[in-house]
Design a binder for this molecule. Structure first.
Ligand code: NAD
Ligand code: UDP
Ligand code: UDP
Length: 350
């Protein structure tokens, strides 16, 4: 395996989001020119504010469901809301973002002969009955449920990637990302790590859905971005799909206990119903990533949580976690009043 590294023009869609902003940072540090495209639905200018003065960085407000004509060498296609609270807010737009977005970015990659990486997801495995999940598993996905806009949208995007590859010889990489956490997660995005940390820091009840016996495997953002970058740069490479995630599995209840311990919080546990189609277990088999491009995660959950807690603590101290920015929970407040009636181009919580 050889990792090559010459200066390139790289497009990152969804670049103002949680993962995208870390990826832009990393690519700039490697000396590339980065074009960050985002419609600011869940991402913010603020996530990339520290990059704006860099002459190698350009930020463009654009929705990937519309065609985009630019000249680039590589594309990381990350544009898509990732948290259930966000992707269920406007499910039709979620599917359009995955499907029309993939078509447009693949059309662009085909025209300019760029290599293109798709941020796919462990959700393509649905509520899996094979455990841990290898890439060869086809998944168990409900096509008509409340998670389907995201799961099936991503599955269709994978199909488009492989058909553009077979039919048009587009150079593709499909990465299946498992639950990832870290600084710059949206404080109200409703995901379990951000919810628990915000709740613990505020002394609010920790909202456990179901009994908390469902499992997830949490990958720290720096490990994840390193994995995406290695996959893109590996030469000789292969389309994948390749799982990228941390294979150490925790129950949601164990996560709650750990967050309470690390924050020293007096928060109590509060139980709420399990949302429908919520997968009971999830853990990646990451053997292929190791074999193909020598990647495996190195940040343990406890260390990653400490760094993430520090980030949210900073927001809290700066007065940026006001009562209006309590953690979003799926049972009551899936759509905050301030977001009702917004257009698909507006920010989620503008
Ligand atoms: P995020 O919500 O922070 O980032 C998504 C970004 O895409 C945001 O900046 C948002 O404004 C932008 N976006 C959404 N729709 C768009 C559109 N139509 N046009 C242009 N921009 C648009 O989420 P994230 O956690 O950073 O996820 C990034 C990608 O990784 C997503 O594709 C997601 O599905 C995938 N992924 C993430 C995880 C995870 O645990 N974070 C897990 C699996 C897959
Ligand atoms: N497209 C784009 N940028 C480009 C080239 C194409 O956004 O530089 C979009 C365009 O909207 C097109 C889609 O990608 O509809 C698919 O392109 P493709 O060439 O596969 O198909 P066609 O142009 O025949 O629809
Ligand atoms: N979850 C929870 N409390 C919360 C938020 C989430 O118990 O406040 C649970 C959720 O039901 C799921 C797990 O935590 O079983 C992970 O949820 P998340 O939304 O972070 O990711 P995903 O379900 O997409 O893997």
């Amino acid at each position: 395996m050889r990792i090559y590294n010459t200066q390139r023009r790289i497009l990152v869609t969804g670049g103002a989001g949680f993962l995208g902003s870390h990826l832009c940072e990393r690519l700039l540090a490697q000396g590339h020119d980065v074009l960050c495209v985002d419609n600011f639905f869940t991402g913010t200018r603020r996530n990339v504010e520290h990059l704006l003065a860099n002459p190698h960085f350009e930020l463009m407000r654009h929705d990937v469901t519309m065609p985009l004509y630019v000249e680039v060498d590589q594309i990381y296609n990350l544009a898509c809301p990732a948290s259930p609270v966000h992707y269920q807010h406007d499910p039709v737009q979620t599917t359009k973002t995955s499907v029309h977005g993939a078509i447009n970015m693949l059309g662009l990659a085909k025209r300019v002969r760029a290599r293109i990486l798709q941020a796919s997801t462990s959700e393509v495995y649905g509520d899996p009955d094979v455990h841990p999940q290898p890439e060869s598993y086809w998944g168990k996905v409900n096509p008509i449920g409340i998670r389907s806009c995201y799961d099936e949208g991503k599955r269709c995007a994978e199909t488009l990637f492989f058909d553009y590859h077979r039919q048009h010889r587009v150079d593709i990489r499909v990465a299946r990302i498992f639950n990832t956490y870290g600084p710059r997660m949206h404080p109200r995005d409703g995901r379990v790590v951000s919810n628990f940390i915000v709740q613990a820091l505020r002394g609010d009840p920790i909202t456990i859905y179901g009994e908390g016996q469902q499992t997830r495997s949490f990958c720290y953002v720096d490990d994840l971005v390193e994995g995406l970058n290695r996959f893109m740069e590996a030469d000789p490479g292969a389309p994948g799909p390749v799982n990228i995630g941390n294979p150490v599995e925790f129950t949601v209840r164990e996560l709650a206990t750990l967050v309470i311990r690390l924050t020293g919080s007096s928060s109590k546990l509060a139980f709420a119903p399990l949302p429908s189609d919520d997968p009971m277990q999830r853990r990646p088999d990451v053997g292929l990533a190791k074999q193909m491009f020598g990647w495996q995660p190195s940040v343990q959950l406890e260390e990653g949580l400490r760094r993430t807690i520090e980030y949210f603590d900073g927001l809290l101290s700066a007065g940026e976690l006001s009562p209006a920015q309590r953690a979003e929970t799926r049972e009551g407040a899936a759509v905050p009043a301030s977001a009702k009636g917004i257009t698909v181009h507006a920010r989620f919580d503008a």
